[in-house]
Design a protein around this ligand. Structure first.
Ligand code: PFF
Length: 449
């Protein structure tokens, strides 16, 4: 077998992980979750979960990946001889399902970039969104996006993924910072910041059974956890680096970028002619950034140009995430089945494209909801929960040994990490999985029944 690939540089690994984390989750999913679950109240719970759950779990994936040098299925086979091995499959299946709809939404973002370039944002945002999200055009943009994903992943770790994230991630940061500065000059900025940044503790207390699982699912999605992406990316690390330090940088950048998106989106929205009540009503669904923002872009000065820059930035962010999901599935075929990278990429890319066609063609967003509920609210949490139990309670040595490698003096931090996994992470994930299972059952039976 050919020698397994590795990252060329430390920055390459960090940028790839940040590129994976920053994507539609930050820009498309985050604002409408904020809108749906109580504004700033959601933000507070989300930030707490990033620290308490997200950080320990990203370290689990990093240590397992670097310890085994394998894709998620191979990694679990290496560290377990029992039925825990099957966790690897949860990851690969979740990746397959998530990429199939992620690519569809990314295709719509691409389409909205084109609308901007054509000066075509409609004053009736809902009608334009309806026309974009179904039918052959939506299938076509899904196909174009998947072709780009296949091209990058086909070139491999160094020449494909590492090369492209070194261009994409700085571009995302610079473009977003520029947009946030511009948004701060809009006359509505003060009012928008107040809406976005003043949490109401009463809202959190009254709605915790809906806010907590939604915020946890968002924390997992945005950090690309529960799907083996961070296992796979860490498996290409050749050296003994300080994984905790890298995790702080990655989690910190992802969170800062999600937060910045709010600083762009809300001032732009408030400067359009929408009332706050309308924004909140549209905010309650996947159409949010498309409808509300494009409508706002249609009536502010230089709106088309700004819109093209905004949606163009989001397209790049989506691509740097999509390649990481694809790499999970492709690395499985390469490591475990001995398939070469290019045929593996073409095969998986085509299969994922076909699986996403119903989501792309269906204009009602029902398939999108079914895929999102299943993969995001159930599979991601399940995968992360099982792996946290395994490393936290059963194979503690592996995690501690690997984490300690790049850290000169781990001291009590290793034990603190294991206990964070054992109790807060496991208990919270069990509660959330239960609540999500009920929620998914209700949502899906509502669509089918
Ligand atoms: N973290 C990505 C985002 O926020 O858009 C989405 C994602 C990528 C989820 C990779 C899961 C994953 F494994």
């Amino acid at each position: 077998m050919a020698q397994r690939e590795t990252w060329a540089t430390r920055a390459g690994f960090i940028l790839a992980a940040v590129g994976s984390a920053v994507g539609l989750g930050n820009v498309w999913r985050f604002p409408y979750q904020v809108g749906e679950f109580g504004g700033a109240a959601f933000l507070v719970v989300y930030l707490a979960l990033i620290a308490v759950i997200g950080f320990p779990v990203i370290l689990v994936e990093f240590t397992v990946g670097r310890y085994t040098d394998r894709n998620p299925v191979g990694a679990l086979k290496q560290i377990s001889t029992s039925s825990w091995q099957r966790i690897g499959w949860v990851f690969v299946v979740a990746g397959f399902v998530i990429l199939s709809y992620y690519s569809v939404v990314a295709g719509w973002v691409l389409q909205y970039t084109v609308y901007g370039l054509q000066g075509n944002y409609a004053a009736d945002g809902a009608a334009q969104f309806g026309a974009t999200t179904g039918g052959m055009m939506s299938v076509l943009t899904h196909a174009i996006f998947m072709a780009a994903v296949i091209a990058v992943v086909g070139f491999g770790i160094r020449r494909g993924i590492e090369f492209s994230v070194k261009l994409m991630v700085p571009a995302i940061i610079i473009l977003l910072a520029g947009l946030a500065i511009y948004a701060g000059t809009l006359s509505s900025a003060g009012e928008a910041y107040a809406y976005y940044l003043s949490p109401d503790l009463g809202t959190i207390a009254a709605n915790w059974t809906s806010i907590l699982p939604a915020a946890a699912a968002q924390a997992f999605f945005t950090l690309s956890l529960g799907m083996g992406v961070m296992i796979t990316y860490a498996s290409y690390l050749g050296e003994d680096r300080n994984l905790a330090k890298d995790a702080v940088i990655i989690v910190g950048l992802d969170t800062a970028i999600a937060f910045t998106v709010g600083l762009v989106a809300f001032p732009v929205l408030f400067s359009g002619d929408l009332a706050v009540a309308d924004i909140v009503a549209i905010g309650d669904g996947p159409g949010f950034i498309f409808i509300a923002l494009s409508q706002a872009f249609s009536n502010i000065p230089f709106g088309s140009v700004l819109g093209a820059v905004f949606f163009g930035t989001v397209t790049i962010a989506a691509l740097s995430s999509a390649i990481s999901i694809m790499e999970v599935v492709v690395s499985y075929l390469i490591d475990e089945r001995g398939v070469d990278r290019i045929p593996a990429t073409l095969l998986i890319g085509t299969a994922i494209f076909l699986f996403g066609v119903p989501v792309a063609y269906d204009g009602s967003l029902s398939w999108l909801t079914v895929y999102d509920e299943l993969a995001n609210n159930i599979l991601l949490i399940l995968g992360a929960l099982l792996l946290s139990i395994y490393i936290g309670w059963i194979q503690t040595d592996i995690g501690l040994e690997e984490l300690g490698k790049g850290i000169r003096n781990l001291g009590g931090w290793g034990t603190a990490w294991i206990w964070a996994l054992r109790v807060p992470v496991v208990v919270t994930l069990v509660v959330i999985l239960g609540l999500n299972a009920i929620g998914a059952y209700e949502a899906i039976s509502g669509i089918i029944g």
